[in-house]
Design a protein around this ligand. Structure first.
Ligand code: XIL
Length: 297
């Protein structure tokens, strides 16, 4: 196969990218994105501050722009994200306790109703753990330790057709505290019947020339709990070919690792642009990391 999406499809997987609505008017960007990828995540446009800027007033214009652009080109879409400590609208940031809990539930219901039946998966909860594996002390955590479980139960009731994911960063190294914290939560959810279908490893690699310790063991261990595993926001300092090839191979080696998404198209599109972490350079040329990924797929 000659594109990332087609190469990933050979093994039944997808290869995706983050898309920013503001860049859809750039033809270099859209040409590469439409050619190479078969899954799309809105980089910011489906986050709480974008979708519910005022309480009770939902706005899906930018999210729909990305959804329509992608699906008109035969690509599928992942939803990102419903409950997160960051990128909350101002009104939500100022809530706490039972009113914030209700606002979270209302937000999940409102956004998921709009996209009901349309999305491949949703990152229901994003980044809820500290590095040591304890819960992040966010305003959401302040509503009670069961907030994550409530978010997932609400999401399942709102749209039973989409996969429900927990998504986080720094959960790639199997021996790391945060990885174990997330693993234990998912094990607990599965044992108690809390609905969860997938875990998203953001896979923002910083520095280093090899993969974080036991990366493939992390993927297979999560998968053994009975969830799909997805790499959701891949970018790598200086686009190390070793790390890009390694993370791709690790996913291919784990049957329930069903897809890989890179967090942007060209280096110049990246939130980490100064690190040149993506597969295309600022001019839209394929980098050596692109070839290493394509060859590994
Ligand atoms: C980032 C976007 O790329 C930026 O444009 C935005 O300013 C901040 O958020 N973890 C996530 C993503 O789950 O939503 C973040 O995206 C990167 C870290």
């Amino acid at each position: 196969a000659s594109t990332l999406g087609a190469a990933a499809a050979q093994s039944g997987r997808y290869f995706g990218t983050a898309i920013a609505a503001g860049r859809l008017s750039n033809s270099t960007y859209t040409t590469i994105a439409a050619r190479e990828f078969n899954m799309v995540t809105a980089e910011n446009e489906m986050k709480p501050d974008a979708t519910q800027p005022n309480r009770g007033q939902f706005n899906f214009s930018a999210g729909d722009q990305i959804y329509n652009w992608a699906t008109q080109r035969g690509m599928r879409v992942r939803g990102h994200t419903l409950a997160w400590h960051a990128q909350q609208p101002g009104w939500m940031q100022s809530l706490s306790g039972s009113s914030l809990r209700q606002a979270m539930i209302d937000h999940i219901n409102g956004v998921m109703a709009h996209y009901r039946g349309k999305l491949h998966s949703w990152d229901v909860v994003n980044e809820a753990f500290n590095e040591d594996g304890s819960r992040r002390q966010s305003n959401l955590q302040g509503t009670g330790n069961d907030w994550i479980e409530v978010a997932f139960r609400t999401a399942r009731a709102a749209d039973s057709s989409t996969k429900l994911c927990y998504n986080d960063y720094n959960i790639e190294n199997w021996t790391y505290g945060k990885t174990q914290g997330v693993y234990n939560m998912i094990r607990d959810f599965k044992s108690r019947g809390v609905p969860i279908d997938c875990v998203g490893l953001q896979t923002h690699f910083t520095g280093g020339s090899s993969l974080p310790g036991n990366f493939q063991t992390t993927l297979s261990s999560f998968a053994a709990l009975g969830v799909d595993v997805v790499l959701t926001e891949v970018d790598v300092t200086n686009a190390s070919t070793t790390q890009y090839a390694g993370l791709t191979q690790a996913c291919l080696n784990v049957p329930r690792c069903i897809g890989i998404t890179v967090w942007g198209v060209r280096d110049s599109d990246s939130w980490r642009a100064s690190e040149n972490p993506l597969l295309f350079d600022g001019n839209g040329n394929k980098k050596s990391a692109y070839t290493s990924v394509l060859n590994a797929l």
